[in-house]
Design a protein around this ligand. Structure first.
Ligand code: PGA
Length: 337
């Protein structure tokens, strides 16, 4: 236990005249003059005028009562006492710099924990962002939870995570959101589907096909159904599956067509077993959002991750644009055959 009644003892008495009359700025100026061997260069480094540098050095010299810098010749050299003071000041500055590092680490940039929770479909890109983040901030412990929309809303209410990634900001909970990357929704079919050879397919035509839908509550399902409803069309839902991967397999098995995020096709690309259909009103342009509870005091790690993820938005946009262009090119190639 610390004894709070005991006076603080230093090794020897602290020179009262230095404490009372010296400023950190004077120490900084003196340190720069000795290190750089020049008043002019010290002034440049500290963005000060040369007279300011000379005045502050004079004040420090008056406090100490002995000459600190020998100005004979072109080089500014410390006197014997100047040398002593220089080493002392360097020690003080080194200690302060260590303190700064320790404070940063206590604030959590070099160690600590980030809890990220993302909606089902964000699993196609969130781990990559997290991986890059971990490479940059190697001491940080991360946890990634992939959940459906309903359970994400519950987690936000229970304050279980630091940051969320979702496809549609919920209105029912109090959160701050930041749109940061595109999330285009496309219509997919197996490569052998007859509609792959057609262009400008109408929504009515899609409604005649068996439709494989995501489960109730899925953001993709909400967006797709909204589009059909806007055109007073009801898709012919053949089955509902709770996973994008299961839907892709069902599509490849010729069980029907589906609406998915283009992100879900990023690994297999345009040469994979599914194709995009050229359907009117598609792709549906949606965005990904980073979010956190409104009243949550974010840790330094969480704030840093937020900025980090936002900065990855443009690269994700380029990736989506080129993947889409690749599909269009393959599609056109097949139509020409
Ligand atoms: P989902 O959400 O994975 O729940 O469909 C993604 C989205 O809203 O785009």
């Amino acid at each position: 236990m610390f004894d709070k009644s005991a006076p603080i003892r230093f090794k020897g008495d602290l020179p009262d005249y230095l404490i009372r009359h010296t400023t950190f700025r004077q120490m900084q100026i003196f340190e720069a003059i000795v290190r750089l061997g020049s008043f002019t260069r010290a002034a440049e480094e500290l963005f000060l005028t040369q007279p300011t540098v000379s005045t502050q050095l004079k004040k420090l010299t008056d406090v100490v009562g002995l000459t600190l810098i020998d100005q004979a010749g072109r080089h500014a050299k410390p006197t014997e006492v100047g040398e002593e003071l220089y080493h002392t000041i360097r020690n003080i500055f080194d200690t302060l710099s260590d303190l700064d590092t320790r404070i940063a680490s206590l604030k959590g940039l070099s160690r600590g924990r980030l809890r990220l929770c993302v909606i089902t479909t964000a699993k196609y890109f969130a781990p990559e962002i997290l991986g890059e983040f971990c490479r940059e901030y190697s001491g940080i412990d991360v946890s990634l939870k992939v959940s459906n929309r309903e359970s994400i809303l519950e987690r936000i209410n229970n304050n279980e995570d630091d940051i969320y990634i979702l496809g549609q900001p919920p209105e029912e909970v109090n959160i701050d959101t930041y749109s940061f990357a595109p999330n285009p929704l496309v219509v997919i079919a197996s490569r052998s589907h007859p509609l792959c050879k057609e262009s400008n397919i109408t929504l009515e035509r899609i409604a005649q096909e068996p439709f494989i839908s995501r489960e109730e509550g899925s953001g993709i399902r909400i967006a797709a159904m909204k589009l059909f409803a806007q055109h007073q069309i009801a898709p012919n839902i053949r089955m509902e599956l709770g996973s994008n991967e299961a839907i892709k397999h069902a599509v490849v098995g010729d069980l029907g067509v589906a609406v998915l995020s283009l992100h879900s096709l990023s690994l297999e690309g345009a040469q994979g077993p599914v194709d995009l259909l050229d359907v009117e009103h598609f792709p549906i342009k949606r965005n990904w959002y980073l979010a956190h509870a409104k009243d949550k005091a974010l840790s330094v790690i969480a704030k840093t991750f937020l900025d980090f993820a936002k900065s990855r938005g443009p690269a994700i946009r380029i990736q989506m644009e080129s993947l889409y262009a690749e599909f269009v090119q393959c599609h056109e190639g097949r139509q020409e055959k």
